[in-house]
Design a protein around this ligand. Sequence first.
Ligand SMILES: Nc1ncnc2c1ncn2[C@@H]1O[C@H](COP(=O)(O)OP(=O)(O)OP(=O)(O)O)[C@@H](O)[C@H]1O
Ligand SMILES: [Mg+2]
Length: 255
Amino acid sequence: MFRRKKPTDTRDAALQDDFVVVVDESVNPYLVLFHEPAGFRAEQLRGLRNRLVAMNPDGEPKTLVVTSAVRGEGKTVSALNLAMAFAELERQEVVVVDADLRRPSCERYLNLNQRAGLTDVLLGHETVDKALRPAGYRDLVMLGAGTRVENPAEVFSSSRLDQLLHRLKERFHYVVVDTPPVLSSTDAGVLSAAADGTLLVVRLEHSLKKQSRDAWQVLSDTGGNVLGTFVTEVRGQDPDSDRRLAYDPAPEEAE
Ligand SMILES: Nc1ncnc2c1ncn2[C@@H]1O[C@H](COP(=O)(O)OP(=O)(O)OP(=O)(O)O)[C@@H](O)[C@H]1O
Ligand SMILES: [Mg+2]
């Protein structure tokens, strides 16, 4: 195991230097595709990915918004895990976009520095090509939230959002978009309406049924195509609590 101590762009360095293995404990522990790719939770994410792929038999490029009713329900972790699961597929270019301009966290969860990103592109201060960067997991590409702005809703109201999503679909097969909560601003509704599909994250034992239902309604009313819900934290916080559902390879026979 090689470990880099500095929490600065180690993921970029690893991409340039592919014989170095970086095991970085600063990456969010719930990014199971990164930390436990052989585990049961990673398999569940692949199951979701496969269902989404099956819903797209022609293999057309698709934009997918990941959102939820309120704060802290697991949107960002789910969006990143899902993007990583897509990135495992051969010949599939995938980009994850941090469109939560209010509390951006994609770069932090991947232990990347914040750079020019979505706001800079939407405001015409940066080109898409320059703002895209390696996410540090396989060939996954990231478009971070970018420079902080006072008025995120205004940034999304520009016609540049549609142009940007169109542009990303020319280059990527899957565009996974992390958003702020549906019930606290109009951003998620606008993004959902501009995307091909939306997944609503529900955090078991935390999310309120009424709020999740309201969020679904808001998304549908504003033109979003809600594909379904994605339930997180199904077996609680203890990683061992889902052992019974796991199907690990049988232990090697003793000789
Ligand atoms: N399956 C899980 N079990 C326990 N904790 C989790 C799980 N998934 C994510 N978390 C933790 O819960 C917190 C919220 O997760 P996350 O940031 O993904 O939610 P969010 O909906 O994007 O929040 P926000 O609305 O603030 O953007 C984080 O600290 C994250 O590490
Ligand atoms: Mg988030």
